[in-house]
Ligand binder design. Structure first.
Ligand code: UD1
Ligand code: CA
Length: 484
């Protein structure tokens, strides 16, 4: 069991100028969470007594964003005087701590709770005062370098800007993620100076100070450098987004999900899938979306906050806040909006838009329809081109279509209206009054045919010619018929 830290401090006060954005850097999103949201999700796995995020640039937006996360406190660092200063500010806002303090960054989205567990486990197993998470990387430019003595023990960290050519040749880098003994950290932070090339209070100096006081300083080397990588610009954001998606898709494939093309399948970290789900190319699953066992989604479908039941199918469609029950079928080209519920074995077909409506068990809305604010009973058939006119220009009204009722094609159901169970609507009706069980509603003008109109009003056209030829043939047939 990993020792539960007394506190975790997430540093997120920096400006992030290279994002070139009016949105604070740590609020940029990947895989359905903000950068700082990923940081918080990872450190929460340590179940710390306190979780403090140090904010500065864009503080109002970041604080508002984090305000929705229970158990997270924010503290403002007015001026960004360095990582050491940021941790000083955080500790200043916390009660006296005893035990382990973990420090991470708000812009390192691939760091996992599992790696943090390993870091803290190594820290306690080695009885260290400080343990730094490090990685060996091909290009260490810009990072702090890990200095080790002849026995391999960590001596300290030198920032790239302060490093000699010899030190710059070191490829083991400081991730900026650490486990500290709270008392050692507090004491060393009090001894920091700005005597360095950037004139900042460096958190990295805590290691050298602790070591010079005879404390044990160690490193936990990760073999997964992605987990130490920060996001500083939008190119890195895209790179990290793809890598995170690669990891998320791989995890689900290992859990029994088929993906025809994981490279074009985008799954938020917050999505859950069951065994034998099949995802076809070009699928995006967002937010709280859940897909049940054996269901198929795609190709080319986007689902946000959608529940898909077992063995259901969603093809080339866009769904937001909808519920698709077991064995139901959606698409191709359906648009399901918030509150759309497609019940078991029901169908929403091609060019169908459904909002705040339930489509009952086995009911069908197969073609070219709009259904809004309606309750469609089990076994109903909504004919092609049916529109539920739910909006009178001022308010929305409800429509009910009773069980096994049949609505003919190209009908308009003008809400509020209630069609009883087992009734019929004739094709092309504009329905403004409800039905009783067993009734047929016909609400359209009766057809009238005007004899000879084409010959009189469209003489000389191909249509007139066709009419004439057909009349001749009919005449001939008639004569032949008579002769038999
Ligand atoms: C820091 C480390 C470096 C390490 C690197 C890893 C120091 C002195 N250097 O360098 O050894 O290799 O991270 O990415 O610690 N921040 C604040 N307040 C501040 C300064 C920074 O909250 O006053 C936050 C930033 O928002 C950011 C993090 O701390 O999330 C790191 O700051 P940054 O300026 O990027 O540090 P580096 O120079 O990259
Ligand atoms: Ca950085």
């Amino acid at each position: 069991m990993t020792t539960r830290p007394a506190a975790v401090v997430v540093l997120a006060a920096g400006e992030g100028t290279r994002m070139k954005s009016s949105t604070p850097k740590v609020l940029h999103e990947l895989a359905g969470r903000s950068l700082v949201g990923h940081a918080v999700a990872a450190v929460q796995e340590l179940e710390p007594d306190h979780l403090t995020v140090v904010i500065g640039h864009g503080r109002d937006q970041v604080a508002a964003h984090l305000g929705q996360t229970p158990g997270v406190a924010t503290v403002v660092q007015e001026q960004q005087l360095g990582t050491g200063h940021a941790v000083q500010v955080a500790l200043g806002a916390l009660p006296d701590l005893d035990g382990v303090v973990v420090v991470t960054y708000g812009d390192v989205p691939l760091l996992t709770g599992a790696t943090l567990h390993e870091l803290v486990d190594a820290h306690t197993a080695d009885a260290n005062a400080v343990t730094v998470l490090t990685a060996d990387v091909a290009d260490p430019t810009g990072y702090g370098r890990i200095l080790r003595d002849d026995e391999g023990a960590v001596r300290g960290i030198v920032e790239h800007k302060d490093a000699s050519a010899e030190v710059r040749a070191i490829t083991e880098i400081n991730s900026g993620i650490y486990a500290f003994d709270a008392a050692v950290l507090r004491s060393a932070l009090g001894q920091l100076t700005t005597d360095n090339s950037q004139g900042e209070l460096y958190l990295t100096d805590v290691l050298g100070i602790a070591r010079s006081e005879g404390r044990r300083v160690g490193a936990f080397v990760t073999d997964d450098p992605w987990q130490t990588e920060g996001v500083n610009d939008r190119v890195q954001l895209a790179t990290m987004t793809r890598e995170l998606n690669r990891r998320v898709t791989e995890r689900w494939m290992r859990a029994g999900v088929t993906m025809v093309d994981p490279a074009t399948t985008w799954i938020d970290a917050t999505v859950t899938l069951e065994q034998d789900v099949v995802l076809r190319p070009g699928v995006q699953l967002h937010g709280s979306t859940h897909v049940g066992a054996g269901a198929e989604v795609g190709p080319d479908s986007t689902l946000r906050d959608v529940t898909v039941g077992a063995d259901a199918s969603v093809v080339r469609s866009h769904l937001v806040g909808a519920e698709v029950a077991a064995s139901a079928s959606v698409g191709p080209f359906s648009y399901l909006r918030p509150g759309a519920v497609i019940d078991e074995r029901a169908k929403a077909g091609a060019f169908v838009e459904i909002k705040a409506s339930s489509v009952g068990e086995g009911a069908k809305v197969p073609h070219l329809s709009y259904v809004g604010d309606a309750t469609i009973g089990a076994g109903v058939n909504i004919g092609a081109g049916t529109i539920v006119a739910n909006y009178d220009g001022v308010a929305k009204h409800h429509t009910t279509v009773g069980r096994h009722t049949f609505v003919g094609s190209d009908s308009v159901l003008v809400a509020p209206v209630e069609l009883a169970d087992g009734s019929y609507v004739a094709a092309g009706s504009t329905v403004t009054a409800g039905t009783e069980p067993g009734e047929l509603a016909v609400a359209r003008a009766r057809q009238r045919n005007v004899d000879g109109w084409v010959a009189r009003r469209r003489a000389g056209t191909a249509t007139a010619e066709a009419a004439h030829a057909a009349q001749q043939r009919a005449g001939d047939d008639h004569v032949e018929g008579e002769s038999v």
